[in-house]
Every structure is written in structure tokens, then in C-alpha cells.
Design a protein around this ligand. Structure first.
Ligand SMILES: [Cu+2]
Length: 162
């Protein structure tokens, strides 16, 4: 009888902990904004730049705007987009990215991404490691997320190297 109660308690505790851990590891919230599944792809140790990806959601009724990012692992961090130009895919810097109300903007390979330059701490840029990235929003303010480093895109999205 005693054993059975203990098992039930353990099971309930596990159920209760599971969703909390999942949210803490994969989604960050600030005001009406969410930043989900922040990740970066492991690159060769001599790669001059590293990209970071995530999905920003806006559950509010007004647009917000990502105005910049920074990270202690990089001397400079830029917002980039991919564009078709003269039949080629190119990336170029953008100053801000609007997050529409009731919508989401996906930062992913071949789309918007964060480009980290002048890399300072490469020990954090390998599989299984993570590094902080602070996102600056016009209305919601600053939100720091932990970028997880993977060898492949977590959702098997098409990948490309810079
Ligand atoms: Cu780029």
C-alpha cells in the first residue's frame, strides 16, 4: 500500500514537471512576445561567422519591432535577410524586423537570421553547448534567450552554411 502511494506521487510529480521543463528550455516570454526554439548550427572551428535562428511570436494586438541583438560570444551581431537578386540568393543586413500582431516571424536558414561576427568564445559554438543572445524589441524591451548549438536543424529544416 505504501509503495503504491509513492509510485503514484512520483508519477504525478513527473507529469507536473514535464511541461514546465519543456517550456523553460524552448520558449521565452516577454510581454506579448514569445521566442521559441533558439538554435544555431555547429560550423567548422575556423568559420568566420555563425548564424542563430528562432521563431518570434506576437500574441498582442499591436506590432512590435526587433531593433537589434547582441551576444557575449560575438563582437558584432547583425540582423540579416535572404533576397533573390539577379537570379542569385544573397543575404543582406536589415536594421529592424517587424513582428505583426497575432503573427510570427521565423528566423531560419534561407530566411531572416542573426549573423554573429568577430567571434570571441568558440568553445560555446559546438554541439550540445549553448550561448546567450539578447534581443532588443522596440516596445517589449530586452529578452535574453539561450541559443542551443546543434549539428543539424532541430526540425529538419533545409540547412545552408555561410
Ligand atoms: Cu547572414
Amino acid at each position: 500500500m505504501l509503495k503504491r502511494i509513492t509510485l503514484t506521487k512520483t508519477f504525478l510529480l513527473a507529469l507536473w514537471l514535464l511541461p514546465a521543463c519543456y517550456v523553460a528550455a524552448h520558449e521565452y516570454v516577454k510581454d506579448h512576445l514569445t521566442v521559441a526554439q533558439p538554435w544555431s548550427m555547429e560550423l567548422p572551428p575556423n568559420a568566420p561567422t555563425v548564424a542563430a535562428y528562432f521563431v518570434i511570436g506576437n500574441q498582442g494586438t499591436e506590432p512590435d519591432r526587433l531593433t537589434g541583438v547582441d551576444s557575449p560570444v560575438a563582437g558584432e551581431a547583425q540582423l540579416h535577410e535572404h533576397v533573390h537578386k539577379d537570379g542569385l540568393m544573397k543575404m543582406q543586413q536589415v536594421q529592424t524586423v517587424e513582428i505583426p500582431p497575432g503573427g510570427a516571424v521565423t528566423f531560419a536558414p534561407m530566411a531572416y537570421h542573426v549573423m554573429l561576427l568577430d567571434l570571441k568564445d568558440r568553445s560555446k559554438l559546438t554541439e550540445g553547448q549553448s550561448f546567450p543572445l539578447t534581443l532588443h524589441f522596440e516596445k517589449a524591451g530586452d529578452l535574453t534567450v539561450e541559443i542551443m548549438v546543434h549539428k543539424q536543424a532541430p526540425d529538419a529544416a533545409p540547412a545552408h552554411a555561410h
